[in-house]
Ligand binder design. Structure first.
Ligand code: SAH
Length: 238
């Protein structure tokens, strides 16, 4: 059953009115008519199975048949601090990271970042589409763009949370070499095409980030982000 996005969906709701792009998607793209069933999610764990009551031009009203609260998966404790990369590559990264089901994507500008274009709403729309397509009731939070120094000094660190920086080099280890622990999720930093500056590597080290190698090849940032998350999911047993 097709899944659609209703950000304002509440657990007490019996009737859900939809308009704008989502109503268009239901009526024009999926050609759903009244009497048909669809699923709705608010992207925060609520999942409703609904029957379309009415579908008029630009507006759809759904009646909730069944409402479930999906418990958050452990993979939502993964945060990716991703360097701002070229728009089409950023779009790809957001789509794939959403499919993998993580908790948060933090776009960051580093000293060697050359890209400046950041369209927050556009990236959120990509995450919505990827969440729907992959049938999930959770969508990663896409945080506003931050400068690395600012992010490092303001971000909150939870207890037992693994802090990692993807940066191959003499002191880097692979994720499988890290000693086993009962970690409560992880944050991993992925640098820009120009790599991290010496200063940034040192700053992350002094905040207890461990250097991680993702293999012998130099990957593009967006590939590194996907590889890092899939390796992390294996390590966290997800
Ligand atoms: N010219 C840059 C390469 C940057 S690749 C340099 O020499 O550092 C973009 C980012 O992807 C890197 O900053 C790193 O975070 C990640 N990355 C790419 N390949 C990697 C690998 N084999 N191991 C760990 N991180 C990697």
């Amino acid at each position: 059953m097709n899944l659609f996005y209703a950000p304002d969906l509440k657990s007490s709701q019996e009737q859900v009115p939809l308009s704008g792009p989502e109503a268009h998607h239901i009526q024009r793209v999926f050609r759903k008519r009244s009497g048909e069933q669809i699923r709705l999610t608010n992207g925060k764990g609520l999942l409703a199975t609904c029957t379309i009551q009415s579908a008029d031009r630009g507006s759809v009203t759904c009646l909730v048949d069944q409402l479930e609260t999906i418990a958050p998966l452990a993979e939502q404790s993964i945060v990716v601090g991703l360097a701002l990369i070229r728009p089409n590559r950023m779009d790809w990264a957001i789509e794939k990271l959403t499919e993998l089901g993580i908790g948060c994507i933090q776009p960051i500008t580093f000293q060697h970042s050359s890209v400046r274009q950041f369209k927050h709403q556009h990236l959120q729309n990509i995450a919505v589409a990827a969440m729907k397509q992959s049938g999930q009731a959770y969508m990663p939070k896409i945080s506003p763009l931050l400068d690395f120094k600012e992010w490092l000094s303001t971000s909150k660190r939870e207890k037992n949370h693994l802090l990692l920086v993807a940066h191959p080099g003499a002191s880097a280890v692979s994720l499988s070499e890290l000693p086993a622990d009962s970690s409560n999720g992880a944050t991993i930093l992925i640098g820009p095409e120009g790599g991290f500056s010496e200063e940034e590597v040192a700053a992350s080290k002094s905040e207890n980030f461990q250097q991680i190698s993702l293999g012998q090849h130099i990957l593009r940032a967006e590939t590194a982000a996907i590889v890092a998350v899939s390796q992390l999911k294996m390590r966290l047993g997800l």
